[in-house]
Design a binder for this molecule. Structure first.
Ligand code: SF4
Length: 352
């Protein structure tokens, strides 16, 4: 059994995280939360892209007070992102938030932690403790010299003990850093010590291209080791891209079904514009909701073999290509008609 399945299961607004639950994808709004219209519009975009859970920033009371109006218009669990001010957590909890991300060690004393723990317990609101290598406690930096996996786990342990002291155990944990090796090592260590569900992420990864690579390596490594229950890709980009990238990482790790494109890297044997064709096919299969593999191969040397393994395939020839389904050649089409023929075939089969 994978480690992810041995963790405790928490429920975030009806969506299970941990235990035998499917790995979920999260993103975070970059709208002003008190701007309800803009926030709702973005949440709907996330949902349409396949997002499972959405986080919103709660930097002030106006944001906390906007929670009911936002919740009324969306049907996806909402997580309040709160730093330092326990009163914002109490307000968000009272106004119907589904989960809170807050570090109890940073909210100013036992009484405040107790108040938040009680407010959340009463309403079955889980808390995510978000350890971040960039904001470790000074005493841990002094002890370890710099952010290390051990320092991050010790930080998590401290926050967990605080919540446990007030009889609160509905916890999820993240161990983010902006360097992939540190992130991976910290999560590995955390998964050995704690049985709370883990929210995976590499933080501050940069723009879409760089961030996608770092997230895919970091999150993907952990997922393939059986670690991680929910993921958030962080990109300096439109956050809808985070959702799409997260889903693609889950598919690559074999944890999410859906349509999968296989295409060859092209070489001296290629006699059609395969790069253009692969991009066109990728774009046009995006919305098709089937668990299938589509192969777009450049030639008849390796092409038919790969295409045969796939559910649907194209193997290029000279300005033309073979169209195949489950290894059976259905016909030869000129280059300009290949993509249409493939998409028509898939759609026709999908409707049956
Ligand atoms: S499938 Fe054919 S064209 Fe594509 S890389 Fe392989 S040999 Fe080259």
């Amino acid at each position: 059994m994978d480690k992810r399945n041995e963790t405790k299961k928490i429920i975030v607004g009806g969506v299970p995280v941990g235990g035998d639950a499917e790995v979920t994808v999260q993103s975070m709004c970059n709208t002003k939360t008190h701007d309800v219209e803009a926030t709702v519009a973005q949440i709907k975009q996330f949902k349409a892209a396949g997002c499972d859970i959405v986080r919103i920033a709660i930097p002030d009371m106006a944001a906390a007070e906007a929670v009911p109006a936002i919740k009324e218009q969306v049907d996806i669990p909402l997580v309040a992102d709160i730093h330092f001010d326990y009163r914002l957590a109490l307000e968000a909890a009272a106004r119907g938030i589904d989960k809170i991300r807050i570090n109890p060690g940073n909210i100013g004393g036992d009484e405040n932690v107790k108040a938040v723990a009680e407010a959340c317990r009463k309403r079955n609101i889980p808390i995510r403790i978000g350890v971040n290598a960039g904001s470790l406690e000074k005493r841990l930096l002094a002890k370890y010299g710099h952010p290390t996996p051990e320092a991050m786990v010790e930080s998590a342990r401290g926050h967990i003990e605080l919540l446990n002291r007030f009889d609160f155990d509905d916890i999820c944990l993240s161990m983010k850093a902006s360097r992939v090796p540190l992130t991976v090592a910290a999560y590995r260590l955390a998964s050995e010590e704690f049985n709370y569900p883990l929210h995976l992420g590499v933080t501050e990864t940069g723009t879409a291209w760089n961030g996608t690579i770092q997230s895919a390596v970091g999150i993907g490594t952990l997922l393939c080791e059986g670690i991680g229950n929910t993921i958030r890709v962080s990109l300096t980009a439109d956050p809808v891209e985070e959702v799409k990238t997260g889903i693609a990482i889950l598919k690559a790790a074999g944890l999410r079904q859906g349509i999968r494109l296989v295409s060859c890297p092209t070489c001296g044997r290629t006699q059609i514009d395969l790069i253009g064709l692969a991009h066109e096919v990728e774009k046009r299969i995006e919305g098709i909701d089937r668990n299938i593999t589509v192969a777009v191969m450049g030639c008849v040397v390796n092409g038919p073999g790969e295409a045969r393994e796939a559910d649907y395939g194209i193997a290029g020839g000279k300005n033309c290509g073979l169209l195949m389904r489950h290894g059976e050649v259905l016909g030869t089409y000129p280059y300009d008609a290949l993509c249409d023929a493939l998409i028509d075939l898939i759609k026709k089969d999908t409707e049956v």
